[in-house]
Design a protein around this ligand. Structure first.
Ligand SMILES: C[S@@+](CC[C@H](N)C(=O)[O-])C[C@H]1O[C@@H](n2cnc3c(N)ncnc32)[C@H](O)[C@@H]1O
Length: 482
């Protein structure tokens, strides 16, 4: 079991790792290190065969293979090696140094987790992966009082949120997760994380949170052999539970961001199923559906890593899963994100199909979605809307394409796009583009409409209804802030 590091040792290790290039930035600059998986292992060991400090660190900490003790002692100073051994990151095995955990850099942090070779163990504590990143990148970055990291694993989301939270509570059913989170908090010099072991919200009963981050074990499978991705409730029942029990724990204005999967059963559109989860929750909700699979394709995808291990048992497992989906009348399995914000008054629910492979923080755009949707719900008529001062987001750009015609260039298309964050593309007409340019937040929509009426001499009612329709559509699609 890992032991936390002292602040002085942790600081020395961070400096050493940075100076040795064991950083996300350095890894990103090396295409060979981008895809780390059991299938690339042989190649990566060959890639790191030269006995340099960087290669030894990669082999020990990332690929978790034993390295000759003399070589390690030559390349890693004793004041770094000693705390890594005392804390349980490394151990000595005869004339070899043996890694006990895997260490990966992420942003300006480092996280210990179980080695990748443990992926099939029931209580594996997972390293940061794409779903972890997504929750972090969608998270609001505003300073908050209390944050809950539900199902904290090795504590990545806790450490990432610690900088903008008064306190972070990390809780996980897996007792091994708590030790990893404590260690990772110490390694990264973070002291405002409380760690607990328990089922779902059991350890935080009666507390209120401004932010809940959850990347729960959401796989829709009939098995529950892997704690990090499976659960013992039928179909998507565990995600429903996380939502229903989590919503009342949010403070007014508090956000919950979670990854999830859900099913569509015969006879009920999936939107209705999710609406039922949220019924009476007291939260606005934005659901992003990133993918939809038919049950067979879903099972095949989830079992693809096991295919490498044992084809016959994987085939039996596939058949059991397929039979389960049939018995449960599952037509589709969908996945994505659900974002809730607690708010008194009548709640709204917005559902959107969106690719969510974001690569930079989009918390400000999430806040814009919630602000816009709330304003739109509160201003349903054009008369109410024209009092608002719409503002085009600073990340919007207008792209014009031209095509050759009759020996000259003529306009082919005009598209409004988002230059960062969430995907966005909308074709517009030139008058709409001109109108949008005037939306700078300084004038009310009513004033902007009056200006257009004066120049185009069109009927005021027609201009108003068109402008209001444009503002509604663009505010819903995040191009405009209201
Ligand atoms: C997909 S992992 C996420 C880990 C980490 N938060 C991340 O994003 O990388 C899901 C985590 O939920 C934990 N978990 C599973 N069932 C749980 C339960 N009933 N209550 C609390 N945590 C649970 C698992 O042990 C695992 O650490």
């Amino acid at each position: 079991m890992l032991q936390p590091l002292s602040p002085a040792s942790a600081s020395a290790i961070r400096t050493f790792l940075t100076e040795s290039g064991f950083t996300e930035q350095e890894f990103r600059s090396r295409p060979n290190l981008r895809e780390l998986s059991p299938t690339t292992r042989a190649f990566l060991l060959d890639y790191t065969r030269e006995p340099s400090r960087f290669n030894v660190l990669l082999r020990l900490l990332l690929f978790t293979v034993e390295v000759d003790k003399t070589l390690v002692e030559e390349l890693i100073p004793a004041e770094i090696l000693a705390p890594l051994r005392e804390s349980g990151v490394l151990s000595v095995n005869g004339d070899q140094i043996r890694p006990e955990v895997m260490l990966t850099p992420l942003a300006n942090f480092w996280f210990a987790a179980d080695p990748m070779t443990c992926i099939h163990e029931p209580e594996v504590v997972l390293w940061a992966n794409q779903t972890t990143r997504i929750v972090d990148l969608f998270s609001i970055r505003a300073q908050v009082g209390a944050t809950l990291d539900l199902g904290s694993g090795c504590g990545v989301l806790s450490v990432m949120a610690a900088g903008h939270s008064g306190t972070v509570v990390a809780t996980d059913l897996n007792p091994r997760a708590e030790a990893f989170t404590r260690f990772n908090a110490s390694l990264n010099g973070v002291s405002n994380i409380e760690c607990f072991t328990g089922d779902t919200y059991e350890t935080v009963k009666g507390r209120a949170f401004d932010l809940i981050l959850a990347n729960p074990p959401f796989f829709v499978t009939p098995t529950s052999s892997q704690l990090f991705c499976e659960n013992s409730m039928a179909l998507d029942g565990y995600c429903r539970r996380v939502v229903r029990e989590g919503a009342p724990m949010l403070a007014e204005g508090g956000y919950m961001m979670m990854t999830l999967e859900w099913v569509q059963q015969k006879g009920q559109p999936w939107q209705e199923r999710l609406a039922e989860w949220l019924d009476g929750a007291g939260c606005d909700a934005w659901i992003l559906r990133a993918y939809t699979r038919d049950p067979g394709a879903y099972a095949q995808e989830r079992l693809k890593n096991e295919m490498l291990e044992d084809a016959a048992s994987t085939r039996r497992k596939f058949e059991n899963w397929a039979a389960y989906y049939r018995e449960q009348n599952v037509e589709q399995i969908c996945g994505g994100m659900m974002i809730l914000r607690r708010r008194s008054g009548e709640s709204w629910l917005r559902v959107e199909d969106l690719t969510i492979d974001v690569s930079e923080p989009v918390g400000d755009l999430v806040e814009r979605v919630f602000a816009n949707q709330t304003v739109l719900s509160a201003h349903p008529s054009d008369e109410e809307l024209i009092a608002l001062r719409p503002r085009l987001g600073p990340e919007c750009r207008l792209d014009q394409k031209l095509r050759q015609a009759g020996g000259k260039w003529e306009p082919a298309s005009l598209d409004l796009t988002m230059t960062r964050g969430l995907p966005g593309l909308l074709s517009v007409e030139w008058p709409v583009a001109q109108f949008l340019a005037s939306c700078d937040g300084s004038r009310t929509l009513g004033e902007l409409i009056a200006g257009i009426v004066a120049t185009v001499r069109a009927p005021e009612a027609a201009v108003r209804s068109q402008c209001c329709a444009v503002v509604r559509k663009l505010a819903e699609r995040r191009f405009l802030a209201l």
